[in-house]
Design a protein around this ligand. Sequence first.
Ligand code: ARG
Length: 464
Amino acid sequence: MKLWGGRFETGPSEVFEQFSGSLHFDKRLLDADVRGSQAFARALERAGILSTAEREQIVAAFDAICEESRQPGFFQDATDEDVHTLVIRKLKEKAGAVADKIHTGRSRNEQVSLDTRLWLRGVCDYVQALLVDFLSTLLDLGEKYPDAVIPGYTHLRRAQAVLWPHYLLAYFEMFQRDHQRFGYARRAANRMPLGSGALAGSGFQLDRQAIARDLDFEDITANSMDVSADRDFALDFLYAASTTMLHLSRLAEDWILYSSEEFRWLELGDGVTSGSSLMPQKKNPDSLELIRGKCGRVIGALNSLMFTMKGLPMTYNRDMQEDKEPLFEAADQLIACLEMAREVAATAVLNPHAPLNDARESWVVATDLAEALARTGTPFHQAHKLVGKLVLESVKEGKEPEDWDADSLQQFAPEFTPEIAAMLARLLDPKEGMKSREIHGGTGPQHVQAMLQSRRALLRTNLK
Ligand code: ARG
């Protein structure tokens, strides 16, 4: 069955039908298509185009289609052009002649926009719930080791000591912003397009606000040409998905490193790692590697739709049918990665001694020393230079911070008076310097505790 054909003398060629058909992927929109069509039937009733009996018959037939679609093999033999065509064919089978009225003043251009918006709304809700779950697991992992010290890195060189939960809370902020981005993407999708017709606005006096209320939309779209031409709402979702994947990929990379034999900080659960077919000793972080790898696919989906949309003339063009596969692909990969990441975080075990030792054997305390000197009145530039010399000397002689004490520091430089040397000696322990960072946003232990609590409280409100 076709939703067009009157103007043609011959039907489409087999090659063209194969080439242009989208049912094999847009069948995922069936539920949305049916819900939207039922609401449209009610709108047609309000506009006096369908009688109450006709509307009832159509709505019931749509329900039956939904139910039937759950049966295995439902899509197998369907050769319809797209999901919208399939649904209408089924409607005709079930409701007979009255089905011919359902497209009164409705175009597939607005229908595909409506269906995609409905589907995306649900995905945004689901992804936000997964993010809340994942964030809760990250907080658990921070709360398990509230005092663990790790060297923080810049340039992948040990930089300054931070608390383990402070590091995890950095990811909390990123994923919380991602959560907000899905809120934005949801709002962008949450505009009701029906009534726009193909591009010029419906020729029937449909109560668009009533359709919006029926389908739980926040508002209606403002311009019919915009509706036919717009895929911004899909791009907003893909951007939110890409940013989330990007954050997941960075976390994955960190943990691949941190669980390596070079770091030995983290032990990944047996359940999320795999062995080697040849090397019996191997325990590989495949779950994290795949998360890192799948990030590329999702960013690819964003790029794919960006390129599809670039330079398209107003309004609808069939090119736009190419929006769905990247959308579905991005949603599937993102959901799978969030579920996987949650399990990795839930089963990871920190070995706090390893990062503490790494912090102790390196000069991550150098900044603490320089800042302490500056607090005694030494200009920071001078303090930086003095500590730099101390580090250079230590590096040359193979000394670690703990090889120094107040006496040897006092002998090192005339600026190091007995009081100053005693203060510096105390700061050779990375746990000490952190106490000077009780600034909002810093790794001061009390502040980090407070942040763990505040973020936990935020999660209890579902990040609203
Ligand atoms: N299947 C199409 C799409 O996904 C919607 C149909 C509109 N087709 C058309 N030739 N106007 O974009």
